[in-house]
Ligand binder design. Structure first.
Ligand code: NAG
Ligand code: NAG
Ligand code: MG
Length: 586
């Protein structure tokens, strides 16, 4: 499915004045905290106007539902129409303590039910405000996913840090003894995620660990590392997802490796059925890029039946391993019910789990309002090079231009004439958001569009939030800016991303976008073609196993089922695609 042509994507030109959008939303009573933006007088007027226009809008939207987005460009914002049609205008009363009554909260404010109601809004503004910045996603979560998320939240409430069940299960870890005398109704099992690798990887690996937890009825606890708590809000109501500081083996995380006695792969090497006979209280799962054949047996059903009994799984990974879960027969049925649309796994889980903290939300919204809100179209270009050299690298700069012109994402410039009058129609204002560790690329693009007119009269603004020189893992403000940039890219209408970059994967998944991916240059040459649009918005699993668990031999895991394929940007990687798109290749 091409998103740009999807009927379900009721994507319309943005309002010229973003504040006006907020006003309408406030007037509809869904964002009480914002109502100070407008005077009571205006509020009454807007409300009256809305009530009068309600029947018209309902009719209009019924028409629009069956109309392609191109034909309705320029109409009112679809998000507001949706709200009216869904009868979601009932105001959620705001009480004095700032907590809201969420019983009437509109569905899209809760992102189609992904977000549980009942959080304190002020502690995490992005949770309920992201719908003001993001398009309505045409991909709806399945009712099964929603019900599993709600039951996960109950489990997390029961088993989360410092609960009675958590304390009980912790006893086993302290004494390193197998479970004896624990009331089974209080038994909880856990996946502990170790903070590891860059921020893009972290977001992808937490999502993978969470899906594994959902599939195995475990509770996910996240090692906060240096800055997780500063970057993200709590995703689950009532109890934290952060691993407590006093977690018994936390000071050993750094030392865990493939040679550790508790390392799962290592145990398999030393004695094949040791896990079955000794029932250890915890296992260290090494699922990082350098894992070996034994570590990879984690992705085999037979091994899962042994791992299943261990209460604490402590996992280190820098990979989005979800595609391999889809190749395991024991998870097949459940995954089919959770994600009938297979390419939406990270799109849904990412939007469920990762809400920018208030500090990061400030970075995002201030930047958006200042540089992106007024544009007719927002184009995100994420540049990540894996080569040394002065910025911009000429072959990469040429690749970006070749891609943008060839795919008609940006207009060419007229180098001979000083002024170009718009040929037909209204010229557009396009904002280009460039993210890169260096400033060379955005300077080049910005200068070109300043020094020369565009051939079609469009005006192009070029913006780059930060250029930090080099990637700095675990530096606080650096990661806050990196997270803000990924999020800003996800708010764009069109994306161009770099091969191999998890930063781009996060942006495309959160935004529900299929980017044009800049293929990896070889020998400092611009690739031909320079880029191609990806098959699905899913991230790529960079280091998948190539093993057939049943036959116990090597196999091309990208050729087993239609919905798990090799990635566009990494020939040995695996990604999920919706198989109805690829039946011609079956
Ligand atoms: C909206 O709600 C009212 C009553 O609450 C109901 O009569 C009406 O049919 C609803 N409209 C739609 C479009 O669902
Ligand atoms: C669990 O243990 C912690 C400290 O070890 C304690 O503060 C907490 O009250 C305990 N929880 C319950 C429910 O007993
Ligand atoms: Mg395949």
């Amino acid at each position: 499915m091409d998103l740009r042509e999807s009927n379900s994507r009721r994507r319309l030109s943005p309002q010229p004045n973003p504040a006006g959008r907020n006003k309408l939303v406030s007037a509809a009573g869904v964002a009480p905290s914002k109502s100070r933006l407008i005077s009571p007088m205006n509020l009454t007027k807007i409300l009256a106007a809305l009530l009068v226009s309600l029947p018209v809008l309902v009719t209009l939207s019924l028409v629009l539902r069956n109309t392609s987005p191109d034909r309705i460009k320029g109409f009112a914002d679809a998000r507001i129409i949706e709200r009216l049609v869904k009868n979601d205008t009932s105001s959620s009363s705001s009480s004095e303590d700032g907590f809201s009554d969420h019983t009437h909260m509109p569905k899209d404010k809760l992102q189609d039910g992904l977000i549980a109601p009942g959080f304190d809004e002020a502690s995490c503004l992005s949770r309920y405000q992201s719908n003001l910045y993001r398009k309505i996603s045409p991909q709806k979560p399945s009712s099964h996913l929603l019900s599993r998320l709600r039951s996960y939240e109950d489990l997390h409430k029961k088993c989360g840090p410092h609960t009675k069940s958590y304390n009980k299960t912790l006893e086993q870890l302290k004494s390193s003894s197998p479970s004896t005398g624990v009331d089974s109704s209080e038994e909880c099992k856990y996946v502990v995620w170790i903070s590891y690798s860059g921020l893009g990887n972290k977001i992808l690996t937490i999502s993978s660990a969470f899906l594994y937890a959902l599939l195995t009825n475990r509770v996910l606890l996240v090692d906060p590392g240096k800055d997780m708590a500063d970057l993200f809000c709590e995703p689950f109501p009532e109890n934290s997802w952060l691993l407590p500081d006093d977690f018994p083996v936390k000071d050993r995380f750094d030392a865990f490796d493939q040679k550790s006695p508790h390392c799962y792969g290592n145990i398999l090497k030393s004695e094949n059925n040791k896990i079955a006979t000794t029932s250890p209280s915890f296992l260290y799962l090494h699922l990082a890029h350098d894992y070996d054949e034994q570590d990879k047996l984690f992705f085999c059903d037979d091994e899962q039946s042994l791992i299943e009994k261990v209460p604490w799984l402590i996992m280190r990974t820098d990979n989005y391993f979800v595609p391999s879960l889809f190749l395991m027969p024991s998870f097949e049925q459940e995954l089919e019910k959770l994600f009938p649309e297979k390419e939406t796994v990270f799109h849904h889980l990412g939007r469920y789990l990762f809400h920018p903290s208030n500090h990061v939300w400030g970075l995002i919204t201030r930047y958006y309002q200042a540089y992106l809100a007024k544009a007719d179209e927002r184009i995100g270009i994420q540049v990540r090079t894996f080569e040394a050299g002065p910025s911009p690298l000429r072959h990469v700069m040429n690749q970006i231009y070749a891609c943008a012109f060839r795919e008609k994402l940006l207009p060419r410039v007229e180098r001979k004439k000083p002024i170009v009058t718009s040929s037909a129609g209204m010229p557009k204002l396009k904002s280009v958001l460039i993210t890169s560790l260096t400033s060379g690329y955005s300077e080049d693009v910005r200068n070109m569009y300043w020094e020369h007119p565009t051939v079609n009269g469009d005006t192009i603004g070029v913006f780059q939030p930060s250029h930090e020189g080099h990637q700095q893992t675990d530096k606080n403000l650096h990661d806050q800016k990196a997270w803000a940039e990924m999020y800003l890219l996800s708010l764009c209408d069109v994306l161009v991303t770099s091969a191999w970059s998890t930063f781009g994967y996060v942006a495309q998944g959160l935004g529900g976008l299929k980017p044009w991916i800049l293929y990896k240059p070889e020998n400092q040459k611009t690739p031909d073609p320079p880029c191609g649009q990806v098959m699905s918005m899913e991230p790529c699993f960079h280091a998948p196993p190539f093993y057939d668990c049943k036959a116990k031999k090597g196999v091309d895991t990208g050729a087993l089922v239609p919905h798990v394929r090799h990635c566009e940007d990494m020939s040995w990687g695996l990604k999920l695609v919706d198989s109805h798109e690829s039946h011609d290749q079956l």
